[in-house]
Ligand binder design. Structure first.
Ligand SMILES: NC(=O)c1ccc[n+]([C@@H]2O[C@H](COP(=O)([O-])OP(=O)(O)OC[C@H]3O[C@@H](n4cnc5c(N)ncnc54)[C@H](OP(=O)(O)O)[C@@H]3O)[C@@H](O)[C@H]2O)c1
Length: 290
C-alpha cells in the first residue's frame, strides 16, 4: 500500500513521520515545496505525481477552503481515482466533509473523514484521538493507519458527524484556554506570583489536560506555535455556524470568538493560542509580572 501525504504543517510533519517510521511506504507533497524538502521525508514535487503513485492519499490542511481547493485540484488532474482511498484529517466544516465525500465517491474513489484531537506532542507520540466518519468497513480496512497515529479511535457514523464532534471538542478547548488565560492575567493584575497561580490552578479548579499542556507556555509566555490562534479562530467560526444552523445558544463559544478576534486584531494569528494571555495583558494594561 503506497501512501501519499498532503500538508506538512505543525501536525502534518510529525504524523507523516510516524507513518514512515512505522514502515509504511509514504511520500509527501506540500504546497510550499521547501517544507517538503526540509522534512527529511521522501517527497514529490508535483501533486499529480503523488496522486498517480498512491493507493491512499491523506490530507492534513488548514481548513474547509484549502480542502475544497486541494480536492478540486486532485480531480482536475484527470488521473483515474478508481479504487483509491482518500482520508482527510483536517478540521473542517461538516458540510465540506459531506461535499468532499460526495465528490470523491462520484469519481470512483473512497473517502474517510478523520479529524484529530490533540496537538503536536501527541501527534509525535502517536497519541492522538481520532474521530472517523464514513463507511465502517472501510474504516476497519484502514485501521492500521489510524492505529499508528492515534491511541483512541472513535467511529462516528455518517459523513459530517466526525467534524461536528471535532468542532464541539474545540469549543471546549477554546473556552478552556480563554478562562485559563483570563485567570493567569487576573492573578498578575492582583499581584500574585504567576508560577504559584498556575500550580494552584492545576491542583484546583483549573486541573485539566489543557492546563497540563499549556502551563509552561503561560508561565514563560512562550507562544511558539503548536496550535495557532488562526486555527482555533477558524474552528470556532465553524462551530458557531453550526450552532446557528441548529438554533443552538452557544453563549460561551460566542465570547471565546470575541476574544480570539481580539487576538487577531493584535496580530497574534500565527502564535500559539496560549497567546490569549497577551490579549488580557494588553486589555488590563499589565506591563510586567508583579
Ligand atoms: N496544530 C494543532 O495542534 C492541531 C491539533 C488538532 C487538529 N489540528 C487541525 O489540523 C489541521 C492542520 O493543522 P496544522 O497545525 O498542521 O496547520 P498548519 O501548520 O497551519 O499547516 C497547514 C498546512 O496546510 C497547507 N495548506 C493550507 N492551505 C493550502 C492550500 N490552499 N493548498 C494546499 N495546501 C494548503 C499548508 O501548506 P503551506 O506550507 O504551503 O502553507 C500546510 O502544509 C488544521 O485543520 C487544524 O485545525 C491542528
Amino acid at each position: 500500500m503506497k501512501i501519499g501525504w498532503i500538508g506538512l504543517g505543525h501536525m502534518g510533519i510529525p504524523m507523516a513521520a510516524r507513518l514512515k517510521n512505522a514502515g509504511f511506504d509514504i511520500k509527501v507533497w506540500n504546497r510550499t515545496l521547501s517544507k517538503a524538502k526540509e522534512s527529511g521525508l521522501p517527497y514529490v514535487e508535483k501533486l499529480e505525481e503523488l496522486v498517480k503513485e498512491s493507493d491512499v492519499v491523506i490530507t492534513m490542511l488548514f481548513g474547509s477552503d484549502s480542502v475544497e481547493e486541494v480536492y478540486k485540484k486532485i480531480v482536475d488532474t484527470g488521473i483515474s481515482l478508481k479504487g483509491k482511498m482518500f482520508i482527510d484529517m483536517t478540521t473542517i466544516h461538516p458540510d465540506t466533509a459531506k461535499k468532499t465525500a460526495e465528490l470523491m465517491i462520484k469519481n470512483g474513489a473512497d473517502f474517510l473523514e478523520a479529524p484529530v484531537l490533540g496537538s503536536v506532542i501527541p501527534a509525535t507520540e502517536g497519541k492522538l484521538t481520532i474521530v472517523i466518519s464514513g463507511d465502517r468497513e472501510t474504516f476497519e480496512k484502514y485501521k492500521n493507519i489510524f492505529e499508528v497515529l492515534g491511541q483512541k479511535l472513535y467511529y462516528m457514523g455518517d459523513y459530517g458527524k466526525a467534524s461536528t464532534m471535532k468542532l464541539i471538542n474545540n469549543t471546549v478547548l477554546g473556552s478552556f484556554m480563554a478562562i485559563l488565560s483570563e485567570a493567569t492575567a487576573f492573578g498578575k493584575k492582583a499581584g500574585l506570583d504567576t508560577q504559584t497561580v498556575l500550580e494552584v490552578l492545576s491542583n484546583g479548579a483549573g486541573k485539566s489536560g489543557v492546563l497540563d499542556a499549556k502551563k509552561e507556555k503561560l508561565l514563560k509566555e512562550d507562544y511558539s506555535t503548536h496550535f495557532s490562534v488562526a486555527l482555533i479562530h477558524k474552528d470556532i467560526c465553524y462551530a458557531l455556524d453550526l450552532a446557528k444552523e441548529y438554533s443552538f445558544p452557544a453563549f460561551l463559544t460566542t465570547e471565546t470568538l470575541n476574544l480570539l478576534t481580539s487576538a487577531k486584531a493584535y496580530k497574534l494569528d500565527e502564535k500559539d493560542f496560549s497567546a490569549l494571555l497577551e490579549v488580557y495583558k494588553k486589555m488590563a494594561n499589565i506591563k510586567e509580572e508583579s
